[in-house]
Design a protein around this ligand. Structure first.
Ligand code: SF4
Length: 437
């Protein structure tokens, strides 16, 4: 992987992801496709692949961090119960438009993705796969089309048909049930679960939906072996994660970090020079992530510690906020963005995010009062508790972390002063100065 930030002494060895390879010959020279050839030749169907992935304790990289083997087993159980063959959907849609993860994997590691797809399909018995990506990712589309043709001509994918589908339906396009709705030809809205895709998905068949980075890790696990893989990353999460680091000027850099590295080490590995004097906070998890102050930058990058700190792996981005950032304004802008991206299907998310946004706008505009803090705290729980999909469940991390770590910013705004002097109290200028409020 490019610009690797892995290799901290506390988290054993470097990530095992191979160097980029965009031609079949290059990939084969690295030992590519040996894992799928071995698996295809071994008796017992996909049992050996499933067993290796379970032994490696591989967790999904799409955000939730579920054990991949459990997901595969659920699909196999559903096939045994309801019939098959199952479908396979690879989520290569960077929901967060600032993320470089999917586009980099598709353009620099196309064969690694194809081998991961083939291994997952072999493990669950899928014959049809869909590669779902952003239509704006032209280079990824063309690179994958060429790589699939090369792989097919070389007889590497004898039993798998792969269809590329490019769409651009905003942030919600990356949500699992929304993706299946789009592939079925419906509007980009989330669907009620259960039934889960593993039970009833595309064409009413059991469907395995797997993030593109997870599939690349599947190929890495099968190539290196579970024993070697377990020596990388943290005790809870073996292996590495691609992370898009966005510095204070907005410049993104993709790094690969082994799980368990601290946020500060990852930032340093990406060349983002960050001190409390130059940065107010770092946002971990993308548009639905939360903001951490300097004394939390030593948090290990791993599912449980991030959750304890109030943030998420989410879209795999870490963004540096400049020292002049007012955190009330930041929470307001983040929530405004989410109000526009919500699919609007359920009330807690649709109206809850708007209520939060307008309340924050009021505080910024010097028309807030102490009661607003209680109202925001109530909505911060009401939205995730009542929402239908992951979008709503994570929509208030920004607000919650802003209120938890930067409570003084809210107090100062309620006292009529922006803590960094950067907010423009539009309504007070327009009305209060004329004596209306
Ligand atoms: S939580 Fe939000 S995005 Fe998800 S279904 Fe409800 S309205 Fe749509």
């Amino acid at each position: 992987m490019p610009d690797s930030a892995s290799g901290s002494s506390s988290n054993q060895s470097r990530a095992l992801t191979p160097a980029p390879a965009v031609s079949l010959a290059e990939y084969r020279n690295q030992g590519g496709f040996q894992a799928i050839e071995r698996a295809s030749a071994s008796p017992g169907g996909g049992d050996s692949v499933l067993g290796e992935v379970r032994a490696a304790r591989l967790r999904g990289r799409g955000g939730a961090g579920k054990l991949v083997a459990d997901k595969w087993q659920a699909v196999r159980d559903a096939v045994a119960k309801r019939g098959g063959p199952p479908a396979l959907v690879c989520n290569a849609y960077d929901a967060d438009p600032r993320s470089l993860i999917a586009q980099t994997l598709l353009t620099r590691h196309p064969f690694l993705v194809i081998e991961g797809l083939a291994l997952a399909a072999h493990a669950v018995g899928a014959r049809e796969a869909y590669l779902y990506l952003r239509s704006s990712n032209r280079e990824g589309y063309e690179t994958m089309t060429s790589a699939l043709t090369q792989a097919r001509d070389a007889g590497v994918l004898p039993r798998l048909t792969v269809t590329l589908t490019g769409v651009d339906v905003g942030f919600m396009g990356g949500e699992e049930s929304t993706m299946l709705q789009v592939l079925r030809g419906f509007r980009a809205m989330a669907a009620q679960r259960p039934p889960f895709p593993a039970q009833v998905g595309l064409n009413d068949l059991p469907t395995l939906v797997q993030n593109v980075e997870t599939l690349a890790q599947v190929a890495t696990v099968l190539r290196a072996g579970a024993t070697a893989y377990l020596k990388t990353g943290s005790a809870d999460t073996p292996g590495a994660k691609l992370i898009t680091v966005i510095d204070a000027s907005g410049k993104p850099t993709l790094v690969e970090a082994t799980f368990g590295m601290t946020i500060a080490d990852i930032l340093a590995g990406a060349g983002a020079s960050v001190t409390p004097a130059t940065a107010r906070a770092v946002v971990v998890g993308g548009p639905e992530g939360g903001a951490l102050p300097p004394d939390a930058w030593s948090t290990p990058y791993d599912f449980a510690p991030l959750e304890d700190a109030g943030v998420i792996v989410g879209s795999g981005t870490i963004q540096v906020l400049p020292a002049t950032t007012c955190m009330v304004k930041w929470a307001s802008e983040q929530t405004e963005y989410l109000t526009k991206e919500s699919c609007g299907k359920c009330i807690p998310c649709r109206t809850g995010t708007k209520r939060i946004a307008t309340t924050l706008a009021g505080i910024i505009s010097d028309v807030g009062n102490e009661g607003d803090l209680a109202l925001l705290a109530e909505f911060a729980d009401y939205v995730p508790d009542g929402s239908l999909c992951g979008f709503g469940w994570h929509a208030t991390h920004g607000l919650k972390t802003a209120m938890r770590y930067f409570a003084d910013d809210f107090k100062r705004h309620l006292a009529g002063q922006c803590p960094t002097g950067t907010c423009v109290p539009v309504r007070s200028h327009r009305y209060a100065t004329k004596g209306v409020l």
